[in-house]
Design a protein around this ligand. Sequence first.
Ligand SMILES: NC(=O)c1ccc[n+]([C@@H]2O[C@H](COP(=O)([O-])OP(=O)(O)OC[C@H]3O[C@@H](n4cnc5c(N)ncnc54)[C@H](OP(=O)(O)O)[C@@H]3O)[C@@H](O)[C@H]2O)c1
Length: 299
Amino acid sequence: MTNDRICILGGTGFVGRHLATGLAASGYRCRILARRPERHRELSLVPGCELRRSDLSETDALAEHLEGCVAVVNLAGILNEGGGRTFQGTHVELVERILDAAQAAAVPRYLHMSALHAQAGQGKSHYLRTKGMGEDLAHARADIEVTSFRPSVIFGPGDGFFNRFATLLKFSPGVFPLACPKARFAPVYVGDLVSAMTKALTDPGCVGRRYDLCGPRVYSLQGLVEYTAELIGRKTLVIGIPDFAARFQAQVLQWFPGKPFTMDNYLSLQTDSVCEHSALAELGIEPQSVEALAPGYLR
Ligand SMILES: NC(=O)c1ccc[n+]([C@@H]2O[C@H](COP(=O)([O-])OP(=O)(O)OC[C@H]3O[C@@H](n4cnc5c(N)ncnc54)[C@H](OP(=O)(O)O)[C@@H]3O)[C@@H](O)[C@H]2O)c1
C-alpha cells in the first residue's frame, strides 16, 4: 500500500471513474480535476479521492493543482469536436500544457491515454492523427518519465460503446441500419487497462513504453451490435449498409444534436482496431472477455 497522490485529468469520464476506484484499492490517493465537480460528486466518495474545479486552460493554475502529486494521468479526450472543444486543442495543446505544468510542479511521472493506431501525420481520421501527435509530443519530453496506453475500444460498466448501442437498439423499430459493419475491434476490459496503468506507476520497465492493448478476441462491428441486441433481449435485424450509404449517413448525422455519427467517426472506422501484439500478457495481465463481463452490466 502507498499513500502517494496521483492527479487524474479527464477523470470524470468512463475510464476515469474506474481508474480512481482501482487506484484507491491499491492505496493511492487521487486528485481529479473537473470543469464541473458538482456533477461528479460520487467521485469524492471514492476513498482518498479529492475533486477540484479546473478547466485545465491555464498552465500556472494546473501546476498548482499538480503540486505534491507523484504522477499525472491524462485521460482527456473527445470523439467529436464541438462545444468549444477541438481535436487539436484537446489531444495536442492540452497535452503540452499538462507537461509544462508537470515540469513546473516537479511531477516525475506521466501516464498518457492514447488510442490504438493513433499516428501523427498518417491516416484520414483527425481523431487518430491528433491522438498520435499528443502521444509523440509526450514521448519527446526529456523532463518527465512517460508511458502511453493505446487501447482498442474499452468495455465495462458505464462504457460508451455497448451502452450506446444498447440505447440505440432499444429505440430502433426492429431493423437497425449499421455503417461500417465489417470494421473490426478487439474490446479490452477497463479493469485490465486500470491494472496496466497501476503497474506502470511502480514498474521502471514501463517508462518510455507505448502499449497497444487489446482483449482476447476480435469481432466485427456487426457481431458486437448483434450480441448487444441478444443481451438486451431485442429481436432486431442488424443490416450492414453499403459504404456510400455509410458516408451519406455520417454527412447527415454529424449535424444532429450530440453528433451520433460523424465523417471523422466514419474515417476512424476505416482502420481496424485490432492489435498486432497486445501488451497485456507482457504486463502480467490475463485479458478478460466480453462474454464473461458484458452480460453482467447490459442485461
Ligand atoms: N472509451 C474507449 O473505448 C476508448 C478507446 C480508446 C481510447 N480512449 C481514450 O481514453 C480516454 C478516456 O476515455 P473515456 O471513454 O473515459 O472518455 P469519456 O467518458 O468521454 O471522458 C473523457 C474525459 O475527458 C475530459 N475532457 C474531454 N475534453 C477535454 C478538454 N478539452 N479539457 C479538459 N477535459 C476534457 C472530459 O471532461 P468533461 O467531464 O469536462 O467533459 C472527461 O472527463 C480518452 O482520451 C479517449 O480518447 C477511449
